[in-house]
Design a protein around this ligand. Structure first.
Ligand SMILES: Nc1ncnc2c1ncn2[C@@H]1O[C@H](COP(=O)(O)OP(=O)(O)OP(=O)(O)O)[C@@H](O)[C@H]1O
Length: 609
């Protein structure tokens, strides 16, 4: 049944479609299949037109890029994968001058922005100002914006005023401006709008449910004449606090006269996991469609519930579970949390330390650590500057790789003599960071070279270098690169590093490989899947976390828990502590059982006391 619908959708190049489907239904796979068909049909026929794939965040971009690489698409140069912000950035940096935005864009550095917000919060007593701002900035219509501000205390309006003046005075562009200014640009310039409206006859949108008003407006402008395929799951809206709106799903159907499809078969998880997820989400009252997921997958193990007396016990339980799964070769694991604060922070550091001691490698996103690494910073700068880099300059980086002999060098130079051109300008290339720092470098170079079809030359060079040699000569290699970039940027690179950090959403540096234990938040793993999952810290007040002043919190928290549960393919365990020692308050705090646990049907659970 699903397969017939899928064929129908992917073969239709005339009308737009919206596919509503649960987790694991194959939404991302559908996008890949559509791209495969476009490639097979040679749809763009060397016209220079492209298929634009829009994702909600950069992690999703990485996931899609890697799935495109594995797909049956011999030449993927007709595909451009962007986040909305990435696309906004690309358009602004090239055409921003039309609305007086000078190049290079002055992005609001993350630290400075944080400091300003802190100051505003204390001056105006406008607590959680950033939360307020994110939602405010996602509203597309000026009148609605005013109404939104009007709903809040005067303090927020005052803080907003100061924030905007600060930005204007310094000519800074923040994250939401990347989209709003781009919209302004496209609305003001008729020719540019026409250029972009003609550039992407096919647009594919992943995770459409998290699209906010502003992003939707951008899609309406860009996709006016395109054939758009959007995939969405309204039960996975987890960015409502930032302005994601269910309303956009209906508006999409109206605006693009799109056909609506439902897919309810779950390919990913065991039947027990699917049933537990169905029951949980059925408690949300404001759902668009209430079609439960179903699967023919085996029942699998029951969902393990670990009610622990303390966090010591919770840490031990998690550790033992991971060791067991590892020993039994059950595949990769994720230990997921609502957010990395207080109690969860302690559990995370203790679990990773204890697993480390027994030789189990864990992988946690530590954004600051990654970004503080000078090598990474220099590469960020290199990417930032790459529109000035010619192939010959870039090739110098490759030549610095230790172990490259004269003959390989000659081949590379020969190639460059024939193909010297200005490098492709694409902010999303900054995504190709992998976790081991040496490979960050290799990954970026690899991607840059791939986009210039000289991968074969690069491979030749690269494969000659043994891992050992790469490690041994790391310092020299990086030192040389640093020197070249320094020369190229006339020493202004440091400033740019600061700016570039902003565009790099650190949450999305995630790239997973097999048999690893990932530790992180549910937001970080949206769209991904793991053979085994532990959701930890499921106590009332922690999960669900009640956010003051945010409507529908409990429904959004439930959706988040639903996203966590549905990441699991085979094994799912949920852990919680009954009490913990709060080091800030210096006292033991009792924790109540999360109401979500009571919503899971008992027949699918096994309690481990
Ligand atoms: N038709 C299919 N036959 C077999 N396996 C499939 C099929 N469609 C998807 N899968 C597999 O099911 C899993 C989930 O697919 P995918 O990631 O595309 O789902 P999704 O709908 O995007 O999920 P989520 O909403 O959770 O991100 C993947 O492992 C994928 O390979």
């Amino acid at each position: 049944m699903n397969e017939n619908i899928i064929e129908e959708i992917i073969l239709d190049n005339k009308s737009s479609a919206l596919v509503l489907a649960g987790p694991g239904a194959g939404k991302t796979r559908l996008i890949i299949r559509k791209l495969e068909i476009l490639a097979q049909q040679d749809y763009f026929n060397s016209s220079g037109k492209k298929a634009l794939v829009l994702t909600f965040n950069k992690k999703a971009s990485i996931e899609l890029q890697s799935r495109i690489e594995k797909a049956n698409i011999p030449d993927s140069s007709f595909i451009e994968v962007f986040t909305y912000h990435g696309l906004g950035y690309k358009i602004l940096r090239t055409y921003g001058y039309l609305i007086d935005i000078s190049y290079p864009l002055k992005l609001f550095p993350i630290d400075e922005r944080k400091a300003l917000i802190k100051e505003l919060e204390s001056t105006y007593q406008a607590f959680s100002f950033d939360l307020f701002y994110q939602k405010y900035a996602s509203i597309a219509n000026e009148k609605d914006r005013e109404r939104f501000v009007g709903k809040h205390a005067q303090e927020y309006a005052d803080a907003l005023c100061s924030y905007n003046s600060f930005k204007e005075e310094k000519g800074l562009i923040d994250y939401s401006d990347l989209i709003s200014k781009c919209i302004e640009l496209l609305q003001n310039s008729n020719w540019l709008r026409r250029v972009f409206q003609g550039a992407y006859p096919a647009i594919l949108v992943d995770e459409f449910q998290d699209t906010d008003q502003l992003q939707f407006k951008m899609l309406m402008i860009l996709g006016l004449y395109s054939n758009i395929l959007s995939v969405a799951d309204e039960d996975q809206i987890i960015y409502e606090f930032r302005g994601a709106e269910e309303k956009n799903i209906n508006d999409f159907i109206d605006v693009f006269k799109a056909s609506k499809y439902h897919l309810s078969y779950n390919h990913r998880s065991t039947n027990n996991i699917v049933q537990v997820a169905n029951s949980l989400i059925s408690n949300n009252t404001n759902r668009l469609s209430r079609i439960p997921m179903h699967t023919n997958n085996p029942d699998g193990s029951k969902i393990g519930i670990y009610m622990c007396s303390s966090i010591d016990e919770e840490v031990l339980r998690i550790k033992n579970l991971i060791i067991y799964w590892n020993k039994e070769n059950k595949g990769n694991c994720a230990i997921l949390f609502r957010e990395k604060v207080n109690l969860s922070k302690i559990i995370i550091s203790r679990v990773s330390k204890e697993l480390d001691e027994v030789g189990v490698q864990t992988y946690e996103l530590k954004p600051d650590m990654i970004l503080k690494d000078p090598v990474v910073q220099w590469f960020i700068v290199a990417l930032r500057f790459k529109e000035y880099l010619t192939l010959s300059l870039l090739s110098e980086f490759v030549l610095f790789l230790p172990g490259i002999g004269r003959r390989t060098q000659e081949k590379i130079y020969d190639y460059i003599r024939k193909h010297d051109d200005i490098l492709y300008d694409d902010v999303d290339l900054a995504l190709f960071f992998s976790k081991k720092q040496l490979y960050i470098v290799d990954g970026i170079l690899n991607e840059l070279f791939k986009s210039h079809h000289i991968l074969d030359v690069f491979d030749l060079a690269y494969n000659k270098v043994s891992e050992k040699e790469k490690l041994k000569n790391k310092e020299k290699f990086y030192g040389n690169i640093r020197r070249v970039i320094e020369q190229e940027t006339n020493g202004s690179a440091k400033e740019l590093v600061k700016n570039y950090r902003y565009i790099l959403d650190v949450n999305n540096l995630l790239k997973l490989s097999k048999n690893e234990v990932f530790i992180g938040t549910i937001h970080q793993v949206k769209g991904l899947e793991f053979e085994n999952v532990v959701i930890s810290g499921v106590s009332n007040g922690i999960f669900p976390k009640i956010k003051q002043g945010v409507e529908n919190t409990i429904q959004e928290e439930r959706r988040l828990f639903y996203v966590g549960i549905t990441r699991a393919m085979f094994n799912l365990c949920i852990t919680a502590s009954r009490e913990w020692f709060n080091p800030l308050e210096k006292r033991i705090e009792r924790l109540e059982v999360s109401p979500f646990l009571r919503e899971l049907p008992r027949e699918y659970l096994v309690f481990n006391q």
